[in-house]
Each structure stands twice: as structure tokens, then as C-alpha cells.
Unconditional design. Structure first.
Length: 469
């Protein structure tokens, strides 16, 4: 299996090779379209200049000027009327002049071999040091027609430049091949660090495995997201441990009471009145344990919920049903009710939302004193606020400001008077209500002043028809 490091190196090398090929193709096209014809015309002009300049000397068979001309940067090949061949300047590597190409010039025609090279790339023909890659013209002498073939001597005209450019290209390619593996290590190294940190994280070790890359690119963003995930997992693990601790504590208290009272009740000296009192407390604590178990199961079920069954129902009628069901509680305290409900249907889980209103109204009644007030106001959706708003306000004991932030946490009992109240619950009700409202894509907020009162505000989407069954 190829590692990421090997893959990156191979990809970079492939990109380098493809870039070189693409550059060669682009240069070949440019040479063919823009340079080839001009290069050919310049060579033809040189050939005709030689013809005009040395016509007289050629007539008397004086060919000594050919070496001087070749030193100006050209390769020259001469075929006399008698077929004697001579080369001047840098020798041609290939003597591939065909009889047809020779006959073309001797018959008085121009031969242009620079644009007719059979090469994979036209650009390669520019460097082809052969007789076929020349310009041929006829020259008249006393003995008849001679053939003159001329091409630029690239080694003499641009030999050093060719060597420099070749050295530049080759050294750049070699240097890139050396740098690619080294630079690839810098790319792969943070990923290896992330892999090692992930392995430690999978073992439950959340400490000392943060990535400190200090980069602003995608890998740096990945490292920051990993650190965020680590913090969230650590927080979730701490919450889980705290939850287990809280559950154990909440169960331990009533179990200790039940165990102690059971031992006392087994004493044959206990009176009937004390025995009845003990049984009442045991029954109450058992009921508390049963209620807490049901709420924990409810929370566990809600935590697993991704989609909930929804129907259309009258939310105002649902709240009225809760008030009727709890009438004995608010009537027993002679609470002053102020109810303002509008006829309104919504799309949601009727059973779950019933628990929300029951929990919030029960809490409001529970922590009100005699002759306090309870107000429930419902607001219909509007263009400015397309939500159903339900506010439940009581004038009870309130919640201290510093404890409002934890009101929806599990097993939260924010005031001493509440925790010591004989009707104190498990601290799970508001957590359940918050979870149910969240499953409906809504929000639940609380405002309270100590010894003044509390207001819970529930906002629900008015026309949420997603997950429709």
C-alpha cells in the first residue's frame, strides 16, 4: 500500500513531467507559427547574399572565401558542377542529402529543407545538424550550375547560450526532484501528528494531544478543528462522568432512606404509628426513584431521537388540558391565574409538547406561595416573528441570577430552598423540556429575579412540516 508521502512525491514528479511536456508542446507550436518561417527566410537571404557577393570568385574557381564565410556563423556545403563536394565550417553530423534534393538545386530551383523535417516536434528540426536541414540555391559558374547549401551554425552562433539553457533546465529539473521529497515531508508531518493524536484520543486520553501547528492553510484549519473536537469529546466525557456521579448520588439518597427505615421497621419494639409513618416515607421515596428512572429513560430516548412523529393539533387546547389536570395544585394555593391563549394549530409531537407544558406549569405552581399569580400568554406568528411564542410567568421565589446559566442542565437544583422543598424533583424536568423543544427546532429561555418571579419563554416554528409522517 502506497503511503501518502509516496503518493505526494509521485504526484509532484508527474506534475513536473507533464509541465515539461506541456511546455515543449507550447514552444513547438510557437516556433512553428511564429519563428520557423522567419528563420527560413533569413537563411535564404544569407544564401543569396553569398551568391551575389562571390559570383566572380566562383567563376574562377576561387573557393577560399568559403572558410571565412563559415566563420561568420554558418555551415556551408558546396557541390561543384562536376559533382565534387566540399564542406566548410562545423561538419554536418549526417550527410543525408538525397539525389532528388541535389537535382532540385542543380536544375535551378530553390531547396528549402528547414520546413520539411520529419520530426516528432518541429522544434527539434531547428537543432537537426544534417544536410537535409538546409537552404539550397543554384549558382552559375563557367563549368555549369553548382549547388550551395547553407544553414546557421547553432553551435557557433548560440553554443554558450544553448549550454546555459540546457544546464538551467536540467539542473532545475534535478533540483525539483530533490526538493519534492523534502517538501512532501513538511506536508505529511502534521498529518502523521494528527494520526498519532487520533490514536491516543481513541484510547480516551484527552490530555497533551493538542496540535500546535500555527498554520493558516487547510491543514492548520484541520488542526484547529481537531483541537475543537478534542475539547468537545473531553467535555462530553466529563459530562458523562458527572452524569453518572449525579445519578448515583440522586439514587443513593432515597435508597439510604429506604434501607434505614426498613431496618427500623423490622424492630419489634416499633409502634404502629411509627411503622405507618415509615411505610409512607418508603412509599414516597420509592415513587421518587420510579419517577427518576422514567425521566432518565425519557432523556436517553430523546438523546437518540433524530426524527419525531408530528401531527397537527391545537396548542391552545393542549395548554388548557394541562391547566385542568393541575387544577387541584393551583387551586390549593389560591393562585391568581391570568390566561391569554389564541386559537392556534401547530405541527409537532403532541405527546412530547404536552410534557413541556406540564413540566413548566407544574414548576411554576410548585414554587409559588399562597395567593401568588400565574400568567400564561400565547402569541401567534407574525411577519416580523414567524414563531409561536408561549410565556409562562409566576410570581414565586425566582432564581438567583448567577444560577440561570445551569437551569437546563441535568440534575440542576439551583436554589437551596428548592432543593429542600418537600416537593423537590429530580432536576431532570427542565432538561427534558429543553430537549423536546430542541427536537422541534425551537428555543426555550428563562428570565428570573430572586424573590420576584420567573418567566419561561418557549418559541416554536409555526409551520414546520419536515419529517412529516
Amino acid at each position: 500500500m502506497k503511503t501518502l508521502y509516496v503518493r505526494i512525491v509521485l504526484i509532484f514528479i508527474g506534475i513536473t513531467l507533464l509541465s515539461a511536456i506541456a511546455g515543449l508542446i507550447a514552444t513547438d507550436i510557437y516556433y512553428k507559427k511564429a519563428l520557423l518561417k522567419n528563420n527560413e527566410l533569413r537563411t535564404i537571404e544569407v544564401a543569396y547574399s553569398i551568391q551575389a557577393l562571390f559570383q566572380d570568385k566562383l567563376a574562377v574557381h576561387d573557393l577560399s572565401f568559403m572558410n571565412n564565410t563559415a566563420q561568420l556563423g554558418y555551415q556551408i556545403y558546396w557541390v561543384s558542377p562536376k559533382g565534387i563536394r566540399s564542406a566548410y565550417g562545423t561538419p554536418f553530423k549526417r550527410n543525408d542529402l538525397s539525389s532528388l534534393q541535389l537535382e532540385t538545386v542543380l536544375s535551378g530551383n530553390l531547396y528549402s529543407g528547414m520546413s520539411s523535417q520529419n520530426q516528432p516536434f518541429t522544434l527539434f528540426g531547428f537543432f537537426n545538424n544534417s544536410l537535409a536541414n538546409t537552404i539550397g540555391i543554384p549558382i552559375e559558374t563557367n563549368e555549369g550550375t553548382a549547388a550551395l547549401y547553407v544553414r546557421p551554425d547553432l553551435l557557433q552562433q548560440s553554443g554558450e547560450i544553448r549550454l546555459i539553457m540546457s544546464m538551467l533546465l536540467v539542473s532545475s529539473f534535478i533540483f525539483s526532484l530533490v526538493c519534492i521529497p523534502i517538501m512532501s515531508r513538511f506536508i505529511v508531518r502534521p498529518i502523521k501528528q494528527l494520526t498519532n493524536a487520533t490514536k491516543q484520543l481513541a484510547k480516551g486520553d484527552y490530555n497533551n494531544h493538542y496540535l500546535h501547528l500555527g498554520r493558516a492553510d487547510e491543514i492548520g484549519e484541520l488542526a484547529r478543528n481537531f483541537n475543537y473536537m478534542t475539547n468537545e469529546l473531553k467535555r462530553a466525557d466529563e459530562m458523562k462522568q458527572q452524569f453518572v456521579s449525579d445519578v448515583s448520588h440522586e439514587f443513593q439518597t432515597p435508597l439510604t432512606s429506604i434501607h434505614g427505615l426498613a431496618l427500623l421497621s423490622a424492630d419489634h419494639m416499633i409502634t404502629k404509628e411509627d411503622l405507618i409513618a415509615h411505610m409512607d416515607i418508603i412509599a414516597m421515596e420509592s415513587q421518587r426513584l420510579s419517577s427518576m428512572s422514567k425521566q432518565l429513560l425519557k432523556l436517553a430516548s430523546l438523546d437518540q431521537e433524530q426524527q419525531i412523529h408530528k401531527t397537527h393539533f391545537r396548542i391552545d387546547e393542549q395548554i388548557r388540558q394541562v391547566l385542568i389536570m393541575l387544577e387541584w395544585q393551583w387551586a390549593d394555593k389560591n393562585l391568581q391565574l391570568d390566561i391569554d391563549l389564541v386559537e392556534l394549530s401547530m405541527y409537532g409531537n403532541e405527546q412530547l409538547l404536552y410534557e413541556v407544558w406540564q413540566n413548566l406549569i407544574t414548576n411554576a405552581i410548585k414554587f409559588c406561595s399562597e395567593h401568588d399569580s400565574l400568567m400564561i400568554v400565547m402569541k401567534a406568528p407574525s411577519e416580523l416573528d414567524p414563531q409561536i411564542i408561549v410565556k409562562i410567568t409566576d410570581s414565586g421565589e425566582g432564581i438567583p441570577a448567577e444560577q440561570l446559566s445551569i437551569i437546563f442542565e441535568r440534575f440542576s437544583k439551583v436554589s437551596k430552598s428548592r432543593s429542600q422543598n418537600e416537593h423537590s424533583g429530580s432536576g431532570l424536568g427542565l432538561s427534558i423540556a429543553h430537549k423536546i423543544v430542541s427536537l422541534h427546532s425551537g428555543t426555550i429561555d428563562v428570565e428570573s429575579k430572586w424573590k420576584v418571579g420567573t418567566t419561561f419563554t418557549v418559541a416554536l416554528p409555526a409551520a414546520d412540516k419536515t419529517n412529516m409522517n
